[in-house]
Design a protein around this ligand. Sequence first.
Ligand SMILES: Nc1ncnc2c1ncn2[C@@H]1O[C@H](COP(=O)(O)OP(=O)(O)OP(=O)(O)O)[C@@H](O)[C@H]1O
Ligand SMILES: C[C@@](O)(CCOP(=O)(O)OP(=O)(O)O)CC(=O)O
Length: 408
Amino acid sequence: MLKVYEATCTAPINIAVIKYWGKRDTKLNLPTNSSLSVTLSQDDLHTKTTCRAAPELKADKLWLNGKEEIIAQNKRLTNVINEMRAQRKKLEENDNSLPKIADYKLHICSANNFPTAAGLASSAAGFACLTFSLATLYQLKLDNVELSTIARTGSGSACRSLQGGYVAWEMGEKEDGSDSHAIQVASREHWPDMQAIILVVNDAKKKTSSTLGMQHTVATSPLIQHRIKHVVPKAMEDMKTAIQNKDFDSFAEITMRDSNSFHAVCADTFPPIYYMNDISRAVVNAVHDYNAAKAAMGSAQKYTVAYTFDAGPNAVLYVQKKDADNVLGVISRIFPAAEDKNIYSGFNFNDQEIDEVLAKMNTPIYPQMNAFKRIIATKVGDGPRVLANEFNDEVSLLNANGEPKELL
Ligand SMILES: Nc1ncnc2c1ncn2[C@@H]1O[C@H](COP(=O)(O)OP(=O)(O)OP(=O)(O)O)[C@@H](O)[C@H]1O
Ligand SMILES: C[C@@](O)(CCOP(=O)(O)OP(=O)(O)O)CC(=O)O
């Protein structure tokens, strides 16, 4: 084997608490509003990507979850790959001592350890990981804020997955998008006891992609103009303050209101788009009942748990560590699982504490068993990680011939 250049990295998903919905430029993924998200731990959910550049490779190729994607037919992929190659070329032109690897073809292999295109932010982790692993391969001297503008051209929400902790995507004003990037509002260490419980209602590919859904909304919804001009700007400011102050009550209320505002503009789209379903709405009611019960029981907090829903029926609950077991325990009673499909079996609940809250709630037991397919309990996490910045068979997703290992 001739000399190969290779990098393998992982990147996290992020779940927005102030949603990106609407583009002012569909080619560059420039948004109509700023947004803000929490990066979730890669120990639970992540994309892993290996990028290889080598003289013997004949064509650029990319495999996603073991299946080849034709790069030339995918504008999102070509946006990112072409820009990263151009950045490397610039470096090589300015420094003759660098190996000329920008001219080599690329083999890229990527895998998500969770369902793709199911409203679990796979495009965010996927394009963040593609950008970060190409930057590692090409040894580019760009910081994560600069990289976020490139990841954004693959998928808007991806720009927020280049940093850990609490991340704002500032919409920017410039036509070329150079000021539309993500910056960290606070690190994971600033507020480490933030946890997320993902209640997976459906992990099948969704009917209306985010990309198309938001374009229909911008084209047909009068309500979105109100959201863009009057709702989000204040919510962004208030949310930054809530995070700085570790003020869970404010964090929770802004998060729930923004999820509701986002789904309201989806319903105001013509024809309307409904991402949430009956189970999602039952989760919303249960969360409000839970918060009211805890407050009635003398909790110092107005809100103990907050919900948010992306472009799908899955619920993401944000909760502080001290409350996570009780919240999930109560959820397990309201949304029961059959013995043979007990998704709650790995958790240790305190039945007495759960009974006390349930007695105050008056929330009906959801009539259908097994409302959730899966539960992912995770926490705020760090930004992308380099697993190897050279060929390393232990972590690489590619074999010696540059083909995905999974295909063997
Ligand atoms: N690891 C990856 N590498 C490159 N592209 C990816 C990767 N994972 C997902 N994608 C791209 O993202 C698309 C899915 O994006 P989509 O926005 O439809 O769903 P999602 O990101 O899972 O959900 P949402 O953004 O609504 O939370 C895939 O079809 C694929 O083109
Ligand atoms: C509801 C959302 O998850 C929408 C995400 O949209 P995408 O980032 O997937 O859209 P594209 O830029 O077209 O790839 C809200 C959010 O993550 O902010």
